[in-house]
Design a protein around this ligand. Structure first.
Ligand code: DC
Length: 233
């Protein structure tokens, strides 16, 4: 491996562009670790909301952060725990998206999670997915991809996902409006806004089947790994 490159496939993009399902499928195919950083922001958002904190209270949250335990990938059934509490199910509720988007604006929260995320790739190759992975967390990743899709397609996918999970009282226009709000917040925030890294390859998945996306993704990653002299599965 070329020393300056990190053993990370960095996948960024807005919500609903297909990055989670593709990143997970890619990691499975290549037999490498999949890291879902959105799940981490969701977990802290849910945890602090439940603890009665305002999600704008940066100093209160920062103070508490220095005392809590944070675990990721605890077992096959448990993705994330905060202070011993398994939040794997709760982070997938629709409200958790809003908590995550709000708490992710806080610099101290980002510092905390970025440091945690960097430790995960210390000893193994991984696919890391989020909003700032190629720009901030792993700027030297050997392969960077930016996923996007039209807001209509993303809203439809998100609506389907939530309906499949049995969430009731959903309205497609509300889901679309929430996505637009979240995009705006994620792209316009001061700390690590969502943007395509200058060396990231763009995948617009609006009109692509999952199989086609995955095939193209795998080819690209293998090619980049070869160039970086990095051995992957
Ligand atoms: O990918 P997701 O929908 O689970 O992410 C939830 C929120 O967390 C999203 O609004 C933006 C934020 N996030 C972030 O700011 N940085 C990341 N690396 C991952 C997610």
């Amino acid at each position: 491996m070329i020393a300056s490159l990190q053993n990370v496939v960095a996948i960024d993009g807005p919500s609903g562009a297909g990055k989670s399902s593709m990143a997970r499928a890619l990691a499975k195919k290549l037999e490498i670790l999949y890291v879902d950083t959105g799940a981490m922001y969701r977990a802290l958002g849910v945890y602090f909301h439940h603890q009665g904190f305002s999600l704008e209270d940066e100093s209160g949250i920062a103070e508490k952060l220095s005392h809590i335990g944070f675990e990721y990938g605890c077992s096959a059934d448990c993705l994330v725990k905060v202070n011993g509490e398994d939040l794997t199910q709760q982070i997938r509720e629709h409200t958790a998206s809003d908590y995550a988007s709000r708490i992710s604006k806080l610099e101290k929260v980002r510092e905390y999670l970025v440091a945690f995320q960097r430790t995960l790739s210390d000893t193994r190759t991984c696919v890391v997915e989020g909003r700032d992975i190629g720009t901030v967390v792993f700027p030297q990743a050997f392969c960077k991809i930016y996923f996007t899709a039209s807001v209509e397609v993303r809203a439809q996918r998100r609506f389907q996902q939530l309906s499949d999970k049995g969430e009731s009282g959903l309205d497609i226009d509300k889901v679309k409006a929430d996505i637009e709000d979240r995009d705006k917040r994620d792209m316009e925030r001061e700390n690590s806004p969502l943007k395509q890294a200058s060396d990231a390859i763009l995948f617009d998945t609006s009109d692509m089947t999952k199989d086609l996306v995955l095939d193209n993704l795998e080819k690209l990653v293998r090619e980049k790994a070869l160039q970086a002299q990095l051995k992957i599965g």
